[in-house]
Write a protein that binds this ligand. Structure first.
Ligand SMILES: NC(=O)c1ccc[n+]([C@@H]2O[C@H](COP(=O)([O-])OP(=O)(O)OC[C@H]3O[C@@H](n4cnc5c(N)ncnc54)[C@H](OP(=O)(O)O)[C@@H]3O)[C@@H](O)[C@H]2O)c1
Length: 256
């Protein structure tokens, strides 16, 4: 399957949130493909990540590691400049930016555990960073075809919320979905061959989910490599006609 809809030739790909977890697994699988020319791997620890260093040793200059704090617009501007210096078009951008219990965010179980700083931390990384990433990379997404996919989470679905809890994580992902739905409408005008997607990777064994894995049956806890494979299959299958929609790892749409 082609990496993205209507791709002719090799693709330039950027993964933001690439130093570990699903982002790192995506980089490994993208670099293993013949139809991928180059991968830009961005995160705060990109140049200090052992996983990315191992990929750099294997793939040489096909992997470019960029330290970037996506909560900081200057850092995003620098990322866009560094990428744009050697590449005039990104065919695929995947944002794996997300926190649940790190960097000041909390997985609140009750209203009493909610506070402003936790809400702001969740929204800064889960909501504002991915859409500002899209804003800064937009000049590199104007040609055809291009796909921007952000990892959201099923718990961000308002229609699917039966359990409650995780206030700030749920709300920040729901707001991300709305921002990217809105962006998909603007991008359709700028580039009719663009696709904007929000994707649920499934519960995956990473640092983000570690404290919450006890009650997850082992057959429902994915390896990062499996989640990455499902995401790559989704971006290959979904094209401009699907832009602005929300999908799960198994190819099923997720209700807003
Ligand atoms: N794991 C799950 O079960 C699960 C389920 C549903 C949805 N998701 C979503 O899937 C995505 C990936 O999750 P994961 O489990 O792979 O998480 P993870 O292992 O914690 O990885 C998150 C990545 O994001 C980067 N990152 C965090 N803050 C950043 C910032 N400010 N600027 C740049 N990079 C930043 C981290 O790198 P640095 O520390 O180097 O910056 C890291 O590489 C997230 O959006 C998450 O919400 C995960």
């Amino acid at each position: 399957m082609s990496l993205i809809n209507d791709l002719s030739g090799q693709a330039n790909v950027l993964v933001c949130g690439a130093s570990q977890g699903i982002g790192l697994a995506l980089c490994a699988q993208l670099l293993a493909r013949d139809d991928v020319a180059q991968v830009w791997a961005a995160s705060r620890q990109a140049t200090r990540s052992d996983g990315l260093a191992a990929l750099a040793a294997e793939h040489g200059q096909r992997l470019v590691r960029v330290d970037c704090d996506a909560r900081d617009e200057q850092s995003l501007e620098d990322l866009a400049r560094v990428t744009g210096a050697t590449c005039d078009h990104l065919h695929l951008v995947i944002s794996t930016l997300g926190i649940l219990h790190q960097d000041g965010a909390r997985a609140e179980k009750s209203l009493g555990q909610l506070d402003l700083s936790g809400l702001q931390a969740s929204f800064a990384t889960n909501t504002f960073a991915p859409v500002l990433l899209l804003k800064h990379l937009l000049p590199l997404l104007r040609k055809q075809p291009s796909t921007f996919a952000a990892l959201s989470a099923r718990v961000g679905s308002i229609g699917d919320n039966r359990l409650g809890g995780w206030y700030s994580y749920r709300a920040s992902k729901a707001a991300l979905n709305q921002l990217l739905r809105t962006a998909s409408i603007e991008l359709k005008r700028l580039n009719p061959a663009s696709t904007v997607l929000t994707l649920h990777p499934g519960t995956t064994d990473t640092q983000l989910s570690q404290p919450f894995q006890a009650n997850v049956p082992s057959d429902q806890l994915f390896e990062p490599a499996f989640a990455a494979q499902c995401i790559i299959e989704l971006v290959g299958r979904l094209g401009p006609a699907d832009s602005g929609s929300f999908w799960a790892w198994d190819g099923q749409p997720v209700p807003w």
